[in-house]
Design a protein around this ligand. Structure first.
Ligand code: ATP
Length: 371
């Protein structure tokens, strides 16, 4: 199993190293060898030293790996001449067509709960964010905006049949997989089909793909109503599939409901490649202080093992993912995980060590809490 490892900048380095230690411990517990790492130098620090944002040949090596794990990239103090930040990972997303952005949002006991309603303890959902087109098709990095004149700028929201069909298929399969793991397995199409032709097309394609998945119960929500519902009754949702920009906004909102950035795991999956990274940035304000919460990265590591189980057809890797998810779940239940991010007393190393000892002392969990 070959992992392309990009530690990146700031706390990215710490949380990537913590994740690999946890992944190795979980693999050892299920009788598997540690992955072979291909560490690729990249990021703002690397750019400052060398003038390029990723090692020559790094993108090809990332492509050749079974999966890519990324800590975090970017430092506000180091920028290109035009003021934009160093972001080779956006290029990787484009290059590998990583259309399926999987953002799990789950409430853990003893972690901050922002809603007073006790049902908020049951929040366990996934936002599937299309990640290569939508309104981000016009992201500044792609240089596609139409600057009409000094008084007007236009951006395009692009929805294609090819990507959207793949996205919806992915969403239905994800919902089914969730149901097999004891979750509701319900899928909601989130759009604005009542106003935009592009998003009516998004919904039409959803309905076409639905025909192939009659076993998955579905619902529909306009994005504004979905934002309201994520605050009013997030516990009623399971998997939501949506356009890039909507997914960007809703996943931050939903992440806020269950703690903060240090819990926000993320998988970006394409036809042949998968990139796994915490959804947070390099957090320069706390770098080098052993304060970062490594759980977003570690939960992303579990998503990576789940992905590899399917890609390499080795179900034992999903057992290793279950082990990690179970250790996080039980660690919170017993109040043994108290990240500083939530006002607790445990830094990056303490959280990691707590999980390491839980994983090496525990049998594989029978009930999965992963995606
Ligand atoms: P980017 O644009 O690269 O995603 P950002 O500007 O959104 O980055 P982050 O680096 O994600 O910023 O950090 C935002 C805030 O959240 C910071 O104050 C940081 O300290 C905090 N934060 C982010 N990740 C973590 C973490 N893993 N543990 C603790 N605090 C974190």
């Amino acid at each position: 199993m070959r992992i392309a490892l990009i530690k990146g900048d700031g706390i990215g380095v710490d949380v990537a190293e913590a994740t690999m230690a946890i992944v190795e411990a979980a693999l050892a517990k299920v009788g598997e060898q540690a992955p072979v790492y291909d560490e690729i130098l990249s990021g703002a620090g690397y750019y400052k030293e060398t003038g390029v944002d990723i090692e020559p040949g790094g993108e090809e090596r990332a492509e050749a790996a079974d999966a890519i794990f990324l800590g975090a990239i970017g430092l506000p103090s180091i920028r290109h001449k035009d003021g934009t930040e160093i972001s080779p990972h956006l290029r990787l997303r484009d290059r590998f067509g990583l259309y399926a952005g999987v953002r799990p949002v789950k409430a853990y006991p003893n972690a901050p709960q922002r809603l007073a309603d006790p049902r908020a303890a049951g929040i366990d959902l996934i936002i599937l964010r299309e990640s290569t087109e939508g309104l981000f098709y016009s992201a500044a990095a792609h240089n596609r905006s139409l600057v009409v004149n000094d008084d007007e700028v236009q951006d395009i929201l692009r929805i294609t049949r090819k990507t959207t069909t793949k996205l919806h298929d992915f969403a239905f399969n994800l919902a089914r997989k969730r149901r097999e793991r004891g979750k509701p397995g319900h899928l909601t199409c989130v759009d604005k089909a009542n106003v935009f032709t592009s998003l009516a097309f998004f919904r039409k394609l959803f309905d076409e793909v639905k025909e192939r998945h009659p076993d998955v119960p579905v619902g529909y929500n306009y994005v504004d109503a979905q934002a309201l519902d994520l605050v009013r009754k997030p516990w009623e949702f399971d998997v939501m599939v949506t356009e890039n920009m909507f997914g960007d906004i809703l996943s931050d909102l939903a992440g806020g409901l269950v703690g903060g950035m240090g819990m926000a795991a993320c998988a970006e999956i394409g036809d042949a490649n998968g990139l796994f990274q915490p959804a947070h940035g390099s957090a320069p304000d706390i770098m080098g202080q052993d304060k970062a919460n490594p759980l977003a990265a570690i939960l992303s590591g579990a998503l990576m093992l789940d992905y590899l189980a399917e890609k390499l057809e080795r179900p034992v890797l999903a057992d290793a993912a279950d082990l990690i998810n179970g250790a996080v779940e039980h660690g919170f239940e017993e109040n043994a995980l108290r990240p500083m991010e939530f006002g607790g007393d445990m830094g990056t190393k303490a959280v990691t060590n707590q999980l390491l000892s839980r994983i090496s002392n525990r049998m594989p969990a029978k009930t999965s809490v992963s995606a």
